[in-house]
Design a protein around this ligand. Structure first.
Ligand code: UDP
Length: 488
């Protein structure tokens, strides 16, 4: 990557501490450094290794020279959280979510103290803050620097949220299941039910009213919005979002392309790659639901039965496997392979899988996904079509973009969210999606005839556009350049 020196610009990047937000915002820091800016990434001790590994790999691409990593203790125990609980995805139960927000507020005080000590010539000229770091705006104001928010959402989802905040159609809906229009991208028909919306639009969630109000005030106060996307992808949504919010909106992705493939992959990851190496080109279905997506055990079994009986090799990543009931564990042991035996049909990975590496492997033909935006863009960048199984947050909105607007995926047909730590967890145990429904979606994805080929062609075209966006003169490249130059 080219490096243009703009030593006067110094970005302070403050990730919202949850794994799937840390990954892309650190990549943004690396891209800014590749554009010649000095970058300080503020993180917590427990996340330092995750951040450092990303920075090191961007370094291999020539982009980490100007990055300083500073660890600031995260007051977990002071806020009543277990020791070392420094990321939202490590919070043990919904009743601890507020404590996590409390701890993050205190963390903000420590960040402010540190930033006050940063004086010329390393005085911050811009703050880029993760979505819930609401205190970052006050810090930026004190420094006389602009503040950008990084939400981790698609521009389409942010545009939908803006519409929902302004027009509030969900409040007029007679029930959580009644569909209503969110007409942000004509001529596409965008209809959602209230229960499919991001947390702030649900009747209740574990974040609490005060924090939700603060989040909205933060969104409205910032100078601009950075999105992990590229202008050619979302049918002009970034420009529409700029018009709707009156803010600068800069699409700078897909940011995962700033990283070189990991060379020092752990043994588990090596097993996955060796298993993939033994498979035919474009034959494997990869199934993963993000950094935290857990299904109720009954749903896991319905999905599992479809996966183990399909004609394609399956690489299935299972989160929360340590807390599965004994009978489900027994079923998994009997029907799937956990050891990476190269000729097995269904490899079940319990824990963390090297997703970006997997998606770029020539054996992978399709991806069953929860439609998290990070994973979605990684798939677009790898040119892999998808089957959408949204869980929560803005994932139903992303499904609409993937299936109806971009036509690069099929819908599994999920209508209700899967409860997670932020929605309070209703303890729902029933399976909404039966084995046959999963099979229908898999067939369309993996063996969809002309329609399937069309989907693959479209996502391959987007893959080429994604790469071009980050190359010199491309749209994301120019937006990064604009950001760096604007704060000198
Ligand atoms: N990820 C990974 N291995 C896993 C699970 C997730 O590398 O086993 C990465 C994935 O590549 C992506 C991020 O974690 O960068 C997940 O982000 P996304 O926005 O898709 O979903 P979330 O975790 O927020 O639901």
């Amino acid at each position: 990557m080219d490096t243009m020196l703009s030593p006067e610009s110094h970005f302070v990047v403050i990730p919202w501490p949850t794994t799937s937000h840390i990954i892309p915002i650190v990549d943004i820091g690396c891209l800014l450094a590749a554009h010649g800016a000095a970058v300080t990434i503020l993180t917590t001790p427990a996340s330092a290794q995750l951040v450092q590994s990303r920075v090191d790999r961007a370094g291999a691409q020539g982009g980490s020279a100007g990055i300083t990593l500073t660890g600031i203790p995260f007051p977990s125990t002071e806020a009543g959280l277990p020791e070392g609980c420094e990321r939202l995805d490590h919070v043990p139960s919904p009743d601890k979510v507020r404590s996590f927000f409390d701890a993050n507020t205190r963390f903000g005080d420590a960040v402010a103290r540190l930033c006050r000590l940063m004086t010329s010539p390393c005085r911050p000229s811009c703050v880029i803050a993760g979505m819930c770091n609401t205190w970052a705006h006050g810090i930026a104001r004190e420094l006389g620097a602009p503040c950008y928010i990084f939400q981790g959402f698609s521009a389409f989802a942010l545009l939908c949220c803006e519409y929902l905040h302004t027009h509030r159609p969900h409040e007029a809906a007679a029930s959580l299941d009644e569909l209503f229009d969110v007409p942000v991208l004509p001529p596409f028909d965008c209809k959602f039910a209230r229960r499919q919306l991001p947390l702030q639009f649900l009747p209740s969630c574990s974040i609490g009213e005060d924090s939700l109000r603060e989040l909205r005030e933060f969104e409205m106060a910032v100078n601009g919005i950075v999105v992990n996307s590229f202008e050619e992808l979302e049918h002009g949504c970034a420009a529409r979002l700029a018009a709707a919010t009156g803010k600068i909106v800069l699409a700078v992705g897909p940011v995962s392309l700033c990283r070189a493939p990991a060379l020092d992959v752990p043994d588990d990851a090596r097993r996955c790659m060796a298993w993939l190496d033994a498979k035919k080109a474009r034959s494997v279905l990869y199934v993963s639901f993000g950094s935290a997506g857990r299904m109720p055990p009954a749903q896991l079994i319905e999905l599992g039965m479809a996966l183990v009986s399909c004609p394609w090799p399956v690489l299935w990543v299972i989160k929360g496997a340590d807390s599965l009931p004994d009978d489900v564990n027994k079923w998994l042991q009997e029907h799937t392979d956990a050891a990476g035996v190269v000729d097995s049909q269904c490899l079940a990975v319990r824990g963390w899988a090297p997703q970006v590496l997997i998606l770029s492997h020539p054996a992978v033909a399709g991806f069953m996904t929860h439609c998290g935006w990070g994973s979605t863009l990684e798939r677009v960048a790898a040119g892999v079509p998808m089957a959408c199984w949204p869980f929560t947050a803005e994932q139903f909105l992303n499904e609409k973009l993937i299936v109806d607007v971009l036509a690069i995926g099929v819908s599994v047909g999920v209508t209700k969210p899967t409860d997670g730590v932020l929605t309070g967890g209703s303890g729902e145990v029933k399976a909404e999606v039966g084995m046959e429904q999963v099979k229908t979606a898999m067939n369309k994805l993996m063996d969809g005839g002309a329609e399937g080929e069309d989907m693959t062609r479209k996502v391959q075209e987007l893959k080429a556009k994604a790469k071009a966006a980050l190359e010199r003169g491309g749209s994301s490249y120019m937006n990064l350049e604009k950001l760096v130059q604007s704060v000198i």
